[in-house]
Design a protein around this ligand. Sequence first.
Ligand SMILES: *Cc1c(COP(=O)(O)O)cnc(C)c1O
Length: 686
Amino acid sequence: MALGSSQRFGVPLGYGGPHAAFFATSEAWKRLLPGRLVGVSKDAAGNRAFRLALQTREQHIRREKATSNVCTAQALLAGIASMFAVYHGPEGLLAIARRVRLLTAAVAGGLRQAGLPPAADAPVFDTLKIDVGDRRAEILREAEARRMNFRLFDAQHIGISLDETTTEKDAADILAVFNGGKPPALSVGELAEKAAPEYAAPLARAGGFLRQAVFNGCHTETEMTRYLKRLEGRDISLTTSMIPLGSCTMKLNGTAEMLPVTWPEFARIHPFAPLSQTRGYQTLFRQLEEWLVEITGLAGCSLQPNSGAQGEYAGLLVIQKYHQTRGQAHRRVCLIPASAHGTNPASAAMAGFQIVPVVCDAGGNIDLADLRAKAEAHKDDLAALMVTYPSTHGVFEEGIRELCRLVHDNGGLVYMDGANMNAQVGLCRPGDIGADVCHLNLHKTFCIPHGGGGPGMGPICVAEHLVEFLPGHPVVNLGGEDPVGAVSAAPWGSANILVVPWVYIALMGGTGLAEATGMAILNANYIARRLEPYFPVLFKGRSGFVAHECIVDLRQFKSVTVEDVAKRLMDYGFHAPTVSFPVAGTLMIEPTESETAGELDRFCDALVAIHGEIEEIETGKVSPTNNLLKNAPHTALDLAREPWDRPYTRERAAFPAPWTREHKFWPGAGRIDNVWGDRNLVCTCG
Ligand SMILES: *Cc1c(COP(=O)(O)O)cnc(C)c1O
């Protein structure tokens, strides 16, 4: 196995994150890998196509037996890092690496001359650890005067790192800091000449790398821009049409919210910058924490977890510590409803809990009798209940307070999965309902873009009695010393992207947030009513309404599956809703407040039209195997094929709705062969 970070691949530091790390393993361990894996497969026409591979290892399928709880990860940052490699290519990367190493070696040489040899004898790349003895205070004073930040390991050791933006002058300045403020005896150029230029065997790389065409053809801005645009064209994103992914809350990522992410005052802050240099960030953290605490009705907040699942893990550790300090370490049972998101059981398993499932009744609600029975049966070892509200079935569960009371009465705490906060913000609060801990998906409700699978942020809010157990951190530079419960190396997780929810909340204000929630619920109910005559809405509250999302049932059809409908929606220019979660054979639709009535209608029109196409199949008018749905999605290549031998016209395949003539989104691959891809796992492309 090998693991590393993409920090050397062009990702700004952003005061600690977001950041992509990577993890590679040999064939033998591939099925144990955590998280998402993109693999190669082929589509119905035999063309190469990419897809998520080996999903049967993952939390949404394997639940507590999954290889990890990872759902949202760092996809966008992985993309940034790979584009850095595409732009520079192998030769560019080598040139960068050689220069950084040479400069580091020059600094090491200068330090040796100043009587402060770097601590390790091992070959160095860009980082030095220096034993400064009793000169620490003097050195840090010199550094501060030049606004330079060093890593503080302990009272005696300081760390420095160089990168491709470090100049010869910077290197000379660093040396002056260690030399009583005076320039070093030899210039950086002279020091570099004396430095050993290359790694010796066995560290020196023998073979080439990045030989694929993509890394060897985009070294000008013109070519790079075209390449990026080509990739973008294969993406169906919110810039094309609504993405009604239930539970994922794909809402507007406003430009005003996003702009500050790139400001150097936020992006180019080193994670070890002293608190005195980051007062803006500190204010932002404090205000955001206060706002989230107010929104959830709880008492304390940690901005450390980098995703919802990591928030779950952090929150469960808080619950664990609470029980431990009360002499109740044996409380390890975690009740999880059948309808829970897969991350819930996976996180509970990771945190060492014993998972006891609770069933749901015919109305989609948690079965109160079953919960009571299980809470009472485990009253001596009950640790927690994990519950989503409104439920993943898209209804405001009426028994929610009763559920919380039952758990408390039997010695447990309530963990609320806040992924559905878009239905609560400004209207009701987890703390008032009875939750002790709640994570918030800032990449859902609070406008951080999903990034194709991250970055996200999953801070937790906790009730008064749990505040003392919030995660600590060990970063000495930032006043940390207590790593207990830390779930991330950075004390405030992906600090850089916290500006997005800050701007969102600041611009919306309390009234605006409540109005957005109301609109999200209204939109979901509008869709439910419009689709009901065609596809039954599976769960509703007693009032006949749904919450901010609705589940439509496709199980009544004999000849088409929910997957066929999802694929056919691509021909209409839409991303599919959430498929088969939390109920197999259904679609979970979440429109959010960001969509206009016109867009909601366009989406409903597409589904109604597909219903018409299904009817033709169900009534035997067209073939059950060779039809518009089974052959979807239709690529441009597909349609150009001669002779055209399908029992429908090309026009119906590609232009099924009027808006597709105005703007056509062309799917890049036809129906993908999932099984073939899993059997022939390939994660690199030649
Ligand atoms: C998205 C989601 C999660 C997981 O959040 P990540 O940030 O992807 O880890 C957990 N629970 C529910 C209900 C969700 O919708």
